[in-house]
Design a protein around this ligand. Structure first.
Ligand code: NAP
Length: 525
């Protein structure tokens, strides 16, 4: 079976043999994709010329209504996305839910909050500034939806959520979207786009799909387009420095890789509620999606005295966790996404092991449940420990994109904060402590190099939203190595798809334009 591209309002198959999509448990080929020979330039022109104007004829509220319809329609097809997640990603029910339900929730969330923008055509920012003695001439800042297209280049680990969390704010802004899912796991996104197209909820040109390589797509982006990328730091660098992107100053948002941290405060002795909560969180992070989340905890910092007990507690849980074919209902950890990822994980693990001890796992030849190790792509959940984090080279640098976590010993805030900062910019750090001054010092010490800090004390207990869980009302993204991008954060996400400009002109004209606009204060409420 070949999965087609959807470009300029048509389903088009690429030429050539294409790239196989493979079941990571059985190694069976599922389908093929190819974007070879399809006309990417015309697809972008069609989106700008047809999709954009049709979307922007509508108000924010009307576009929020379209999102609500899309949310309902996708929810009705949820079972099929779960089925494809199992086939194409080897996803357990929990893994599929994290991606698919996260996607559906995000679309519905934007449908709901988008209505607050009422009937505006653009957004008014702040009050008018008088620029003349009599007040007849004034200046007013506005944010206007860009007349380009939004190009989404996504990572393999979140085919559903990656598509929806980007598409919802873009469509709400009135900007048509062109989605390019990562090749190895394109099926779920393909099916979702197919369902959106079939439903005819969106006007022609509002959504396009490239299923296969991005080829020379970036040669065709223009000043008014947006490129929003999620993936590895290496590809991010290529996109950021692409000559056409640089030449035209195309707006680029990058979500890249990240060596995230969790920190257990010195006050949290083994057996305390926060110690147990952290153990639970680490277990969730290693096992969910087999550690293939951009937000997954990669390093856990605990005091030198606590490290051993922490290792034992996590290992005890891991040893009772079944890893293998997710079709077996006892299995809690599935495979990584393909053989290439398995090799990359094992290579990274080798580097980490060169400077860490193995607390649990680390067997390259372990036997998954109900799966052939030769054909499948499993990585054994592995817990490592480092007693000399300050001297470590790889622990703060190598992202093993799989079920691998390293415990790192610290002595005080003096070595803790510099070690965490060696992640060079991360999506998230979480800190578990009942010592409010410790929490404050950590937050102040790390805030500038992190997109999100999750602080948990006993008053919060199990009510926190989770280290790895991205909620659409809060910021997702991180500085430095994490790419420097910003996504979600409620209506603030719309900023990426709008351009700020100022009108300096007659006060009456500004008043009329203001009447057509919703207030940007709503973005921050
Ligand atoms: P990747 O290899 O960088 O690929 C990401 C996307 O870029 C894919 O769609 C890929 O297409 C495309 N691509 C590759 N080369 C390109 C080029 N020269 N021009 C345009 N597009 C190009 O990353 P991945 O292996 O899919 O994803 C894993 C990484 O993503 C991890 O490092 C993870 O931390 C990161 N990630 C970050 C976030 C976040 O929000 N920060 C979320 C999820 C994942 P093909 O597949 O067709 O090659």
């Amino acid at each position: 079976m070949n999965l087609s591209n959807y470009l300029a309002g048509q389903w088009i198959e690429g030429s050539g043999p294409g790239t196989p999509l493979v079941d990571p448990v059985t190694g069976d080929e599922l389908a093929r994709i190819s974007s070879d020979g399809v006309d990417l330039k015309t697809a972008l022109e069609f989106a700008r010329a047809q999709g954009g104007p049709a979307l922007r004829q509508l108000s924010y509220t009307q576009r929020a209504d379209l999102l609500a319809k899309i949310g309902e329609m996708l929810s009705a097809n949820r079972d099929e996305y779960f089925r494809l997640s199992l086939l194409n990603l080897g996803a357990t029910q929990a893994d599929a839910s994290f991606d698919v339900d996260g996607a559906l929730y995000t679309v519905k969330y934007y449908a709901k909050i988008g209505r607050a923008l009422a009937d505006g055509k653009m957004l008014k920012e702040g009050a008018a500034a008088s620029l003349s003695k009599t007040g007849v001439f004034a200046g007013q800042h506005f944010l206007v939806p860009t007349k380009g297209a939004a190009v989404f280049i996504n990572a393999f680990n979140f085919p559903a959520w990656g598509f929806c969390e980007k598409a919802a704010p873009a469509l709400l802004s009135g900007v048509p979207v062109l989605v390019k899912p990562a090749s190895p796991t394109a099926w779920v996104a393909h099916k979702m786009v197919e369902d959106v197209v079939k439903s005819a909820i969106l006007p022609p040109g509002a959504i396009s799909l490239v299923c296969g390589s991005a080829r020379e797509l970036l040669d065709h982006v223009r000043e008014e387009d947006i490129v929003s990328f999620t993936g590895s730091a290496d590809t991010a660098a290529r996109i950021r420095t692409h000559s056409n992107v640089v030449h035209r100053s195309v707006r680029v948002n990058i979500e890249a890789d990240s060596i995230n941290s969790a920190i257990l405060g010195p006050d949290c002795a083994p057996g305390s509620d926060l110690f147990d909560l952290l153990v639970k969180e680490v277990l969730k992070e290693i096992t969910l999606k087999a550690g293939q989340k951009c937000t997954t905890i990669r390093r856990v910092f605990a005091t030198r005295q606590t490290l051993k007990a922490l290792g034992e507690a996590v290992s005890a849980r891991l040893s009772a966790t079944k890893v293998g074919n997710p079709r077996n209902s006892e299995v809690k950890v599935g495979p990584v996404v393909n053989k290439a990822q398995q090799s990359a994980c094992l290579e990274g693990l080798k580097k980490l092991r060169s400077e860490c001890s193995v607390v649990f796992g680390g067997n390259d030849h372990f036997e998954p449940v109900d799966a052939d190790p030769q054909k499948s792509a499993f990585v054994q959940p592995t817990l490592l420990a480092s007693n000399d984090g300050l001297a470590s080279k790889y622990v703060h640098d190598v992202e093993v994109f799989g079920p691998v976590v390293t415990l790192v010993a610290y002595d005080s805030l003096k070595d803790l904060v510099p070690m965490v900062r060696r992640g060079s910019g991360s999506l998230v750090a979480s800190v578990f402590s009942n010592d409010s001054s410790f929490l404050q010092e950590v937050i102040l010490g790390l805030g500038d190099l992190h997109g999100r800090i999750l602080a948990v004390d006993s008053s919060v207990g199990a009510q926190h939203t989770g280290h790895g869980n991205v909620v659409p009302s809060c910021l997702h993204g991180g500085p430095g190595r994490a790419g420097g991008g910003e996504e979600l954060a409620g209506l603030r996400a719309l900023l990426l798809y709008h351009r700020r400009f100022v009108v300096q002109g007659p006060a009456n004209c500004i008043k009329e334009l203001s009447g057509l606009s919703a207030d940007t204060n709503l973005l921050y409420s």
